[in-house]
Ligand binder design. Structure first.
Ligand SMILES: NC(=O)c1ccc[n+]([C@@H]2O[C@H](COP(=O)([O-])OP(=O)(O)OC[C@H]3O[C@@H](n4cnc5c(N)ncnc54)[C@H](O)[C@@H]3O)[C@@H](O)[C@H]2O)c1
Length: 138
């Protein structure tokens, strides 16, 4: 039997979806018929993204903060009624300076967002994805 690869009606979460690659991805999924929910740490960017893409749902959340990630999934459930695709897009470039000039906290924030954030979103998505249609994490 052929796999259902259609995005039509798929429920998609894109982290850091209010600008850059996340926003372009949100637009593509919406154009393909998916229902998209984004989160972003930047409330102003979230507002602009929702104004630019009618139908786009979302909330403010920092992927490095577990309480915010949990709250995001509660809002996502209320908005989409489940999840089929997680796009774990959030990531930061981190500090750019000579290594000898960097402080411990500079690198810790990068690890929190890029590593812990990916983990937290995947961890809290899995229960929802197991109930989903053709679930996947990108
Ligand atoms: N742009 C590139 O050339 C490039 C290349 C390779 C990989 N990437 C990766 O692709 C992803 C997206 O890149 P981009 O260039 O679109 O990013 P970007 O720097 O343009 O940021 C996109 C969004 O991420 C949000 N964000 C930042 N920290 C967050 C957090 N803790 N929680 C929630 N949202 C947060 C920002 O508010 C912003 O709206 C990143 O993971 C990046 O590392 C980008």
């Amino acid at each position: 039997m052929l796999k259902d690869t259609s995005l039509n009606g798929k429920r998609v979460l894109i982290t850091a979806g209010a600008s850059g690659i996340g926003l372009v991805t949100a637009r593509g999924f919406i154009e393909a018929g998916a229902r998209v929910f984004i989160c972003d740490v930047n409330a102003e960017a979230l507002k602009l993204a929702q104004a630019a893409l009618p139908g786009l749902q979302g909330c403010v959340a920092d992927v490095a903060d577990e309480a915010q990630v949990q709250a995001m999934f509660t809002k996502l459930d209320a908005a989409l009624g489940g999840l089929d695709v997680l796009i774990n897009n959030a990531g930061i470039a981190g500090p750019t300076a000579l290594i000898g000039d960097l402080k411990r906290e500079d690198i810790l924030r990068t690890i929190e967002v890029n590593v812990v954030g990916q983990f937290l979103c995947a961890k809290h998505a899995v229960g929802h994805l197991r109930q989903g249609r053709g679930p996947c994490i990108l």
